[in-house]
Design a protein around this ligand. Sequence first.
Ligand code: ATP
Length: 199
Amino acid sequence: MRIALFGGTFDPPHRGHLAIAKAAADALELDRVLFAPVGRQPLKLDAHSSTYIDRLSMVMLASKHDHRFQPSSLDAPNPNGKPNYTVDTLTLLRALYPDAALFNLVGADSFLALPHWREPARLLELAEWIVVSRPGFPLDSIAALGLTPQQRARVHLVESVHDDVSATELRQRLHDGDACEDLLLPEILAYIREHNLYV
Ligand code: ATP
């Protein structure tokens, strides 16, 4: 079994996320992509973000679109309120799937922040990484990270064909009254409206 963890705030999940997950699943022949909204992202502790339950609910809707996609509550908020660290999530995933080939799926912008994550070297041991390009973050920029040849061999680069779209820009546009139909699935837009998000 080949399984990728796809963590993120998913506030909200957008077509860019789906395009990345599909590109990665095709390129690496993945059996499953686990869309796991993060409880509290240590590098993005934004008090104004949507609740975990809303983000997980939207991810459930988004992951219906490909038989390889699955929503996951693996990165649910810690009961003690501490931030979620990917090193802990991947350790848990390894315990759940001892024999699987594990991957961690990220955009190139996230991967470039790896030195700021907890235990970067361990993170590269726990899973292979799939890094997808993003406008402004070309794949050759990862050379700046100075990975060892062994670490570099565990990183797979995938060119994404999707235009740039960020949740930050989407939230602003929704707040301004734009329906963003080009960037959001209709059922997610309906969820956002029903629950009065990003008003
Ligand atoms: P925000 O603007 O709030 O930071 P985001 O969409 O970048 O939103 P997340 O929901 O946390 O943030 O993204 C989850 C993962 O998807 C991250 O690894 C991010 O790099 C990646 N990602 C999101 N959008 C794109 C995109 N358009 N191209 C490539 N990667 C992306």
